[in-house]
Design a protein around this ligand. Sequence first.
Ligand SMILES: [Zn+2]
Length: 200
Amino acid sequence: MDAIERLATLFEKFPGIGPRQAGRFVHYLLRSSPAIRQELARSITALGNQVKQCSECRRYHDGDSALCNRCSSTTRDRAILMIVATDADADAIERSHTYNGTYFILGGTIALGNEKNPRIREADLVKCIEKRSNELREIILALPANVEGDTTSSRVHELLRPLIKDGQVFVSSLGRGLSTGAELEYADPDTIKNALKNRA
Ligand SMILES: [Zn+2]
């Protein structure tokens, strides 16, 4: 495989990218200046060297401390924990400026047929809730409004049940002001605000 094919094959692994788009990316890079190619290569290397996962919410962050700036913040309400699928979903909530609690990022949702082998951060979630059991008063599930989101939500409820004492922690889900199938990541601030207000 030559260099062009090798890079195109790598781009094809990106979510939503097919062979034609992958080829276009490679040709864009071929036409770009060496400085741009070097910058790209350096940035990719830095992802491995500098970025780590927050020990509490599991978000990817670039910093020296174990905790990300959200988890180490002293102005956030640590009585509330929102469980989201991805970093992008948490970022969308942050951009809406309607939530000042903490997060846990599951790292995805459970695909149908994969219920027995879910690739979400179950063990980390359990550890996080156990560690914070004294301060938590509410857990909000903010998962996608689709079949995978529902499957994930059931699984999370199952995991939470033995961890929280009745009446001590209120478990809610985002209101479905989000239209069916709409992804949190692309929701506008008003929609997020309403979904939060209508949680139940
Ligand atoms: Zn964090």
